[in-house]
Design a binder for this molecule. Structure first.
Ligand code: ATP
Ligand code: MG
Length: 786
């Protein structure tokens, strides 16, 4: 049944590229079972199996995409996206194995065991395309959960993994590293998962820590304090709390941590129940009576003399015990229980820290309890710290002994410092600027972007030095923050389409232009306002204007990444057309605005032309770094075209435009200049006119000599001699021989040089050649005219 729902839902979706974590589960030995069991019993077993699977998967909000016999294909990350989908998938795997083996216990009498195996991998799928490939599952033995490297890199620290080496998988070119999941590590957040091995040293936040230490000092003297640390995901709230804990490492103190989790928002008081379970020392296999005994002892030690306390708290902490509830209205019981919990918390945290993580996910009862605890705190030696995402506004922050820290993004220097700590070397300026722009100074993004540029070889680090080797492309959202961003976008309804269209326009866009490219959208302004309310986009810098921008470059990239490539091409084409048709003045003064849209829509010629024009304009305005970038983009596109004389001509002429700009900025020694001119010798082979080849080679030769790159000059000069030998022009032969001779001379190869120089002297006719040679020294191209 589930399956039919699944497919009909799929049909309604327009295509989307989504990274999902796919879980495969199948029953081990089901054929044997169907042989040995009565059909009716077998059907019952299968029913129990499906039910167990459904319960586990629904509990973690996965989606059963397909059922193939006893095999399930489950998506985590679609249709509902969570920040931690890969973790949910692996957790589901472990729970499935457990749930299915529980069925076995009940069936032991039938002589057959029930066990399943689970394989998990994370990858890109095209949603809404029934022919979309789902890769082959990775299987281990019965009762095993095996994960591929895609998932492995995203859940490291969350689970205990034991590597199984690399395995070839049908449908995938390279073998995949596979690991067996042996259990959960029990961490609650990414800091826990990274601690202590993968934690970069703390940067910035000096003032915040100093103030927190002052709060701590006040609290210890009996003037309890409460602090709300607020900021967006990944800004470093938990890290700041950890930094304070590290500072106070050597101070004897109590530490009470309550973790609120998105999954528990519907289970009242879960964070406190979990804390007390740990603190009281309940074990998994305790019987309810044993737990009652432990609870009584605990309350006794806490000096809680209330005779009803055990009964009141057992109702919450040990529901399985079915304790005799107190003969009082439910509302009274709840109020008294809450009061007891509150006293326990404040007492437990005395002379210590009460840390509440992720308050934004607290269920209403927990939130209420924390408010009571903070109210009571003023006269106790407790420092309470709560972390919460933007938009969380608990009533207690307005109390006199409470305050809020709004955590800002890191500035440029600290961003660079954090990136350097992750990379193990200071990044080149270009790399630093790129990471700053795309991370917006959010530490999580800084770390993950830095890891990504290293992994992908965009920056390479050798011997403490980092070098840029490539460019980050639009779809490069680091795997670890992908889920976070897509979950943020996933809260959108139809606005998602607008967000995606806006993403095609770029990081900043104007509402007017959005209207021009999306005429069919009626309520565009309303949708934009909603995007602003959700923090996906912000108003642009000028107030009152109609420009908007994405709150982070990475949010834009994530929205863009959801678009099918086909749709992207179509939309970019539309944008380019609208630009050229309705905004010709803008395109003329800033051709670089139109160029990427032409490129992304596959209209390469127009793209190259616009980048080239943009380069020219930038040179004219002395914006040399921009000019280099524009010309390089034109060159990259030219080089992506199939080889032809026309292509060679374009590459050569762009090289001659770009080379001097680079020389201007960073001198003749810049290796990029060598690379550019080095290609000219090869490219000239494409040209069929010797005159043209000679011209380009003569330029290339002159440039290499100016750079004192004699090896490159020799390669070109050899070709000059070759081309000129077929020429009638003595001038060209003269210059070719002279060039090669001089170069060899410079290289110390005097014996080979002399005959060439003699030949040049032989050809030299002062009357005809004197002016020419002088001119050639300044403008090598003139020789081709001689
Ligand atoms: N000041 C800092 N110096 C170095 N690393 C930092 C700093 N702040 C944060 N980080 C790192 O950035 C990442 C994100 O930080 P953290 O998990 O504390 O964010 P958060 O605000 O708690 O996010 P969430 O709302 O998702 O819980 C972590 O890996 C953390 O170690
Ligand atoms: Mg946190």
């Amino acid at each position: 049944m589930e399956r039919f729902e699944a497919t009909s839902e799929r049909r309604h979706m327009t295509g989307e590229r989504r990274r999902v974590t796919v879980l495969f589960c199948d029953l081990v030995g089901s054929t044997r079972l169907s042989d040995i069991l009565d059909p009716e019993d077998y059907s019952e077993v299968m029913h129990a199996y499906y039910e167990a699977c459904e319960r586990v998967i629904e509990g973690l909000e996965g989606w059963i995409a397909d059922i193939l016999g006893d095999g399930l294909v489950v998506y985590f990350g679609y249709p509902k996206a969570h920040e931690d989908d890969p973790v949910r998938a692996v957790r589901a795997g472990l729970r499935l194995v457990e749930a299915v083996s529980d069925i076995r216990l009940q069936l032991a009498s039938e002589g057959g065991g029930l066990s399943c195996r689970v394989g998990i991998e994370t990858g890109l799928v095209v949603i809404g395309d029934s022919s979309s490939r789902t890769q082959e599952p990775i299987w281990g033995g019965p009762n095993s959960v095996v994960i591929g490297e895609g998932t492995g890199s995203l859940v490291a620290g969350w689970f205990d993994l034991s590597p199984l080496g690399s395995h070839a998988i049908k449908g995938i070119a390279d073998p995949v590293e596979v690991a067996l999941v042996t259990g959960e590590t029990g961490v609650h957040d990414r800091i826990g998962a990274a601690f202590p091995r993968n934690l970069a040293p703390m940067v910035d936040r000096v003032d915040e820590i100093t103030r927190l230490e002052e709060d701590w000092g006040d609290a210890r003297r009996g003037n309890g304090r409460a602090v709300l640390i607020r900021g967006e995901a990944g800004i470093g709230k938990s890290r700041l709390a950890l930094a304070l804990r590290e500072r106070l490492r050597d101070v004897p103190k109590r530490l009470v941590v309550l973790y609120c989790s998105q999954d528990d928002a519907a289970s009242p008081l879960r964070p406190i129940i979990e804390y007390l379970d740990r603190d009281i020392g309940f074990e998994a296999n305790d019987l309810p009576e044993q737990r009652i005994g432990l609870l009584a002892g605990y309350l006794d030690r806490a000096g809680i003399a209330d005779a009803d306390a055990v009964t009141l708290l057992a109702e919450i902490l040990i529901p399985a015990a079915h304790p005799a509830t107190l003969d009082a209205p439910a509302e009274d019981r709840r109020r008294r229980a809450m009061d007891l919990l509150c006293r326990l918390l404040v007492r437990d945290a005395a002379l210590g820290l009460l840390l509440i993580e992720d308050l934004h996910w607290a269920d209403p009862s927990t939130a209420e309890l924390i408010t009571h605890a903070v109210e009571r705190l003023g006269a106790h030696p407790v420092l309470a710290i709560a972390t919460a995402r933007l938009g969380t506004d608990p009533p207690w922050v307005r109390l006199a002994h409470a305050r809020t820290i709004e955590l800002p993004s890191l500035g440029a220097t600290h961003t660079a410092e954090l990136a350097a700590a992750v990379a193990g070397a200071h990044l080149p300026r270009e790399g630093q600027a790129l990471i700053l722009a795309r991370s917006g100074g959010v530490p999580l993004f800084v770390e993950e972007l830095t890891r990504m540029v290293l992994d992908r070889g965009i920056v390479s680090v050798e011997g403490g030095n980092a070098t840029m080797r490539g460019r980050i492309t639009e779809e490069s959202v680091p795997g670890t923050v992908y889920d976070l961003l897509v979950a943020r976008l996933g809260r959108l309804g139809t606005e998602s389409n607008i967000a995606q269209l806006a993403a095609v326009l770029g990081n900043e866009f104007s509402a007017g232009f959005l209207h021009a490219v999306a005429p069919e959208e009626t309520d565009l302004d309303g949708q934009l306002a909603h995007l602003v309310a959700l923090g996906i986009v912000e108003h642009g810098r000028e107030s009152g204007g109609d420009t908007f921008r994405f709150s982070h470059a990475l949010v834009r990239d994530a929205a863009y990444g959801l678009l099918l490539r086909r749709r992207r091409r179509e939309l970019h084409g539309r944008v380019a057309d609208v630009l050229v048709r309705d905004f010709p003045g803008t395109v003329e003064s800033r051709p670089e605005l139109a160029a990427p849209h032409f490129a992304e829509s596959g209209r390469v010629d127009e793209a190259i032309e616009h980048w080239r024009l943009a380069g020219e304009r930038a040179v004219a305005h002395n914006a040399l770094h921009e000019a280099i970038d524009h010309y390089q983009r034109a060159l990259e596109l030219v080089r992506s075209m199939p080889g032809s004389p026309e292509r060679a001509r374009r590459e050569i002429s762009l090289s001659f435009a770009l080379g001097p700009v680079i020389q201007n900025v960073s001198g003749f020694g810049d290796p990029r200049v060598g690379d550019l001119y080095g290609r000219i010798a090869d490219l000239s082979h494409w040209l069929d006119s010797d005159v043209e080849r000679f011209t380009f080679l003569a330029y290339g030769y002159a440039m290499s000599m100016v750079r004192a790159d004699y090896a490159a000059a020799r390669t070109v000069a050899v070709q000059l001699v070759d081309v000129s030998s077929r020429s009638q022009s003595t001038a060209r032969r003269l210059l070719a021989n002279c060039s090669l001779g001089t170069t060899l001379f410079q290289l110390g190869q005097i014996e080979q040089a002399m005959p060439l120089i003699d030949r040049a002297i032989e050809l030299y006719d002062p009357e005809r050649h004197e002016r020419l040679i002088n001119a050639a020294a300044i403008e090598p191209g003139v020789v081709s005219m001689g």
